[in-house]
Design a protein. Structure first.
Length: 153
């Protein structure tokens, strides 16, 4: 078991960290991760491949958002490595939180958010540190996700 401590951004009341120099919200109510970034930047930084063009997700305060689903290579949440990381890239960017991490990304990871100490602590099983796969799937017109081959509805 590996313990990873990540500093929270103290100016926010919601759990916010920095990844790749961008403010990143950890949204325990979200199912699908979101990265608000131009496709050229996604390609340069993560070798992004388009999985599904012109799709929509609801959430985001009940609003329907249009965008594309991309597969990113070698995405890291600090020491937690995803060899395949699928995410939604909306056409309208979130300027406050360009990256939103969803709860299923932390499957099998114990996490504790400690606002007093201004940190989040992840306890990651050794076999979950590297080469994770996170996929967005469509099951009977319902958006679902898979983490390391396990369907999470």
């Amino acid at each position: 078991m590996k313990t990873v401590e990540i500093n929270l951004e103290p100016q926010f009341w919601r759990p916010t960290i920095r990844l790749y120099g961008k403010l990143t919200l950890i949204d325990t109510g979200a199912v699908v991760p979101v990265i608000s970034m131009e496709k050229e930047l996604l390609n340069l930084r993560f070798k992004a491949k388009l999985v599904k063009a012109r799709t929509f997700f609801t959430g985001f305060g009940g609003v329907k958002n249009w965008g594309d689903v991309y597969s990113l290579s070698n995405f890291y949440i600090h020491e937690l490595h995803f060899k395949t990381f699928e995410c939604f890239a909306p056409y309208e960017f979130d300027k406050d939180f360009p990256i939103i991490l969803s709860a299923p990304l932390f499957r099998d990871v114990k996490y504790e958010i400690d606002p007093k100490e201004n940190k989040i602590t992840l306890k990651v099983p050794d076999d979950k540190l590297m080469n994770n796969e996170f996929l967005i799937t469509n099951l009977s017109d319902k958006i679902c996700v898979q983490m390391n081959g396990v369907m999470l509805i």
